[in-house]
Design a protein around this ligand. Structure first.
Ligand SMILES: Cc1cc2nc3c(=O)[nH]c(=O)nc-3n(C[C@H](O)[C@H](O)[C@H](O)COP(=O)(O)OP(=O)(O)OC[C@H]3O[C@@H](n4cnc5c(N)ncnc54)[C@H](O)[C@@H]3O)c2cc1C
Length: 500
């Protein structure tokens, strides 16, 4: 054990897209601050942020039907869709700033344009989609959205999905060309390379095992070198727990009051991937369907064109499942170890409330490959088993907490920033809408934890994110300007891109 306590300004735990984003923002705002990163795996972006562990959708609510629920009076509530779209515009602006400042050289390394589509079948669903289209397409944030029930038009948009379709049920789709496919793994690695060039100390194969408060108000971390087992002690004025599924156990170790009465519900995922160029070439979109009755929002089926390592492939899924691990590289004891005296009632209440969900997830785990192929054939009627392989996706740990509306042990599907009252430690829990809104969420961390610097930092934040603090839906001209300029900088306006 190395007993020398090494002190620094900021420690980021975990080398995923969240720490990468926060580190990059802080390096722009306070370049003189010393930042250290501890990551237990050998590289950055190996857990949920990895390109094969998530769907790579730039979530801007252009196609995800769960962001636009139908109200009891039959009208469509688009408030969540507006919020998520605005949050994605913040990411686009920050990434554009990084490209314009030469901190990212080639945006195509992590972001590509791809139409986002919603597809439904059955009379009631078609009626829902039409109403949704009417309300969204008249909103400035969703301009350019098209709708069709015409099989010929649909054949033109999604030949792979329409070919061999025998059902006589009505079918409809919406399409918007301003969607994106984002390689969050590549983005994470690019940002960590940049941070390294700015002298940020990045320690891979270093696992954080404990966090406690020191008498002089710092946070002291017990860090184990995974290779040789040596323990080091590091301290910082500010610690960000960006450990993905591993954040909840570390937050619990801080002992801050804000960490109590919170639990985690792990949901695993599988995708089916097709690399057969003949099949891949027949599809060019991210097509989101409707979740099955009883299925959680994160298991909405979708068929996506992906660009990974400059190659095109198709991804279908996710098939959600249950696993007690909090990280893909985690332990089967993660869930049980996260149950503490202060959250046991919350967890039990959730267990009772979410019996149906648990049953659904277990059924999903038990699906045979042929059953998964049957689900895929609801999307791609001509799909052949030999063209599709299984890939294990990342783990999502959904937050369980007591809420006023849901009562004890309510499962949350969004992300939550948990901060100590003095802003010296923050953790990110939850996984949706996820990496797409990383910049918005990390700005929330900055606003909550660095209030004393905000006035001084605001001009720089506005330089990086021109719409900072402004509602885009209420300022359509600014939205148009930002949409056009970020599309240009990020190479999203070019229609014809060449892929090897
Ligand atoms: C199946 C699936 C599909 C998804 N699809 C999308 C999508 O289409 N679009 C989208 O925007 N988002 C999507 N997401 C969500 C998105 O992937 C996550 O929100 C995002 O990657 C989380 O980033 P992170 O940095 O918080 O966590 P991670 O990327 O998981 O990084 C956390 C890091 O912390 C490290 N770590 C953990 N514990 C410790 C410790 N004790 N000490 C040191 N290091 C530690 C881990 O090894 C890991 O590298 C999806 C997620 C899943 C699972």
């Amino acid at each position: 054990m190395n007993n020398m306590l090494k002190k620094t300004d900021v420690i980021l735990i975990g080398a995923g897209v969240m720490s990468a984003t926060l580190g990059t923002l802080l390096k722009e705002l306070a370049p003189e601050w010393e930042i250290k990163v501890f990551e237990k795996l050998a590289n950055a972006g190996e857990e949920s942020s990895n390109e094969w562990n998530n769907a790579g959708t730039g979530h801007a609510a252009l196609c995800e039907l769960n962001y636009t629920p139908e109200k009891s009076d039959g009208t469509i509530n688009i408030s969540k869709a507006i919020k998520i779209n605005e949050q994605f515009q913040i990411s686009r602006q920050f990434w554009s700033y990084l490209v314009s400042s030469n901190l990212i050289r080639n945006p195509q390394d992590f972001i590509r344009p791809i139409p986002h589509m919603s597809l439904v079948q059955g009379e009631k669903n078609v009626e829902f989609l039409k109403k949704r289209f009417e309300v969204l397409s008249s909103n400035p944030l969703f301009q350019g959205m098209e709708y069709s029930e015409d099989p010929e038009k649909l054949m033109e948009w999604i030949p792979l999905i329409m070919e061999g379709r025998t059902s006589s049920e009505p079918i409809a789709a919406t399409k918007i060309d301003s969607g994106t496919d984002v390689n969050f793994g590549a983005l994470t690695r690019i940002l960590f390379d940049h941070l390294k060039s700015k002298n940020v100390e990045i320690n891979y194969k270093h696992s954080v095992e404990d966090i406690k408060r020191t008498s002089d108000g710092l946070w002291e971390l017990k860090v184990r070198n995974v290779d040789n087992g040596h323990v080091e002690r590091h301290a910082a004025k500010f610690v960000f727990i960006g450990a993905g599924g591993g954040s909840l156990p570390l937050l619990q170790k801080t002992g801050i009051p804000e960490s109590k009465h919170i639990g985690g519900f792990p949901v695993s995922g599988l995708f089916m991937v097709c690399k057969n160029p003949e099949v891949v070439e027949q599809h060019h979109a991210k097509v989101y369907g409707k979740a099955k009755v009883g299925a959680p929002p994160m298991s909405v089926p979708h068929l996506d064109t992906r660009y990974i390592d400059n190659k095109k492939s198709l991804l279908f899924g996710p098939f959600a499942g249950f696993s007690p691990k909090f990280l893909k590289n985690g332990s089967n004891f993660d869930l049980i170890r996260s149950i503490k005296l202060n959250n046991v009632l919350t967890m039990l209440a959730a267990g009772i409330k979410e019996m149906k969900l648990t049953k659904y997830l277990i059924q999903q785990v038990l699906l045979s490959n042929e059953k998964r192929m049957e689900e895929l054939r609801e999307f791609v009627p001509t799909a052949k088993s030999e063209d599709w392989d299984i890939v294990v996706a990342g783990q999502r740990v959904q937050v369980i907490k007591d809420t006023e509306t849901g009562g004890k042990g309510t499962l949350q599907f969004g992300t939550e920033v948990i901060c100590s009252a003095d802003g010296s430690v923050a953790a990110l829990l939850g996984a949706s809408p996820g990496a797409s809104t990383a910049v918005h969420v990390m700005l929330e961390v900055i606003e909550k934890c660095f209030q004393q610097h905000l006035k001084e930092w605001e001009p720089k934040i506005k330089e990086m994110i021109p719409s900072y603090g402004v509602s885009l839906v209420e300022n359509p001209d600014l939205f148009q300007e930002i949409q056009a300029s970020t599309a240009q900088t990020l190479g999203l306006s070019k229609k014809e891109l060449v892929y090897s």
